[in-house]
Ligand binder design. Structure first.
Ligand code: TRP
Length: 327
């Protein structure tokens, strides 16, 4: 029996941080054994906001692919590839652009928010979610693992599929979001970990860099000195302990509350937990960075496999639309 298909995508932002790792990558790794899986690095989507700083793109793609592989994504089980290497995404996007009303795109919440806050006004930016729909539907995907912020885009994708199937023939399944359930990973300033807040711990950081960043991390604001009772439930350091410190978690909470445990010692402990957890990822990372050809080979091979599936879909699409002129 054919396995169900999962498609996931991320913009090439370069090195990934713990938020990306806990929030997305670990979930992807767990899916690759059970699904026919495609992991797409969406360089065209990145152009909607960084069209005038393209010199970073290649390095960002490389770093991201390295992080994927170091985190346990397996290029044999999962087609890891770059969007622009599979031109069929663009063809399907173009055909969709003919059948989707502009208001469908204008009412996607991220369009209004980001066009204002980022000052984006390109035609491609309006089409962002339609290109995303093409990314997903070109593989006839059943599931898309994403965070809450992407649910509106998946809903649009379902509407696009429905409209196409209704006009022509049943080609596309209606894909579903597979929401990642995980506690939000706090950054060093206590806000959600995010590259734009400059509060991240990267998979690529050295153990020393990790220690230095954690030293400056925000804690319970009422615990000013050792001896003051703390409130682990509101402390971002404790939120990271919950993810990375297996045994002894209860004791940390207790001794923090009683005032016995000071923040300095507590952060040292967390540093060890995180560095232990990341040690295998980091050593594989270093290995891959030393062998860039291996990484590019994975991406080229992934693109080949993705293209096979995408071409199959495009044959179905052209035939459904009556666009076959071979004879
Ligand atoms: N819009 C997604 C994000 O910002 C990235 C993306 C592009 C994507 N194409 C996709 C995600 C297809 C899932 C499936 O995170």
């Amino acid at each position: 029996m054919a396995r169900e298909v999962v498609l996931s995508g991320m913009q090439p932002t370069g090195k990934l941080h713990l938020g990306n790792y806990e929030g997305a990558l670990k979930n992807w790794v767990s899916l690759q054994d059970d699904y026919d899986m495609y992991c797409c690095i969406v360089d065209w989507h990145a152009l909607t906001s960084m069209f005038n700083e393209t010199e970073q793109m290649k390095a960002s793609i490389f770093e991201m692919a390295v992080d994927y592989l170091a985190s346990g994504l397996d290029g044999e089980k999962c087609a890891i590839f770059v969007q622009s290497q599979v031109k069929e995404h663009a063809e399907l996007y173009l055909l969709f652009s003919m059948i989707i009303p502009i208001p469908w795109l204008e009412r996607v919440p991220s369009y209004k928010e980001k066009s204002k806050s980022l000052g984006l006004d390109s035609y491609g930016f309006l089409g962002y979610p339609l290109l995303q729909a093409a990314d997903i539907l070109i593989y006839r995907a059943n599931y898309v693992p994403v965070g809450k912020d992407q649910v509106a885009h998946i809903e649009l994708t379902r509407e696009v599929a429905r409209r196409f199937n209704g006009f022509y023939q049943e080609v596309f399944p209606e894909p579903q979001a597979k929401l990642t359930k995980f506690a939000e990973v706090p950054g060093t300033d206590g806000r959600k970990m995010s590259k734009s807040y400059e509060n991240i711990i990267s998979l690529a950081d050295t153990p020393e860099e990790t220690a230095a960043k954690l030293k400056t991390m925000f804690t319970d604001p009422e615990k000013l000195r050792m001896g003051d009772p703390g409130h682990p439930e509101i402390c971002p350091v404790y939120a990271l302990h919950k993810i990375y410190t297996g045994e002894g978690l209860e004791k940390i909470a207790e001794t923090c509350r009683s005032g016995e445990l000071g923040c300095v010692a507590d952060k040292k402990h967390l540093t060890e937990s995180i560095n232990d957890a990341l040690a295998p990822v980091r050593s594989m990372r270093a290995e891959l960075v030393g062998h860039p050809d291996v990484v590019w080979d994975v991406l080229n091979d992934g693109a080949k496999r993705a293209r096979d599936r995408a071409q199959e879909t495009m044959d179905m699409v052209r035939s459904a639309m009556g666009l076959t002129y071979d004879s």
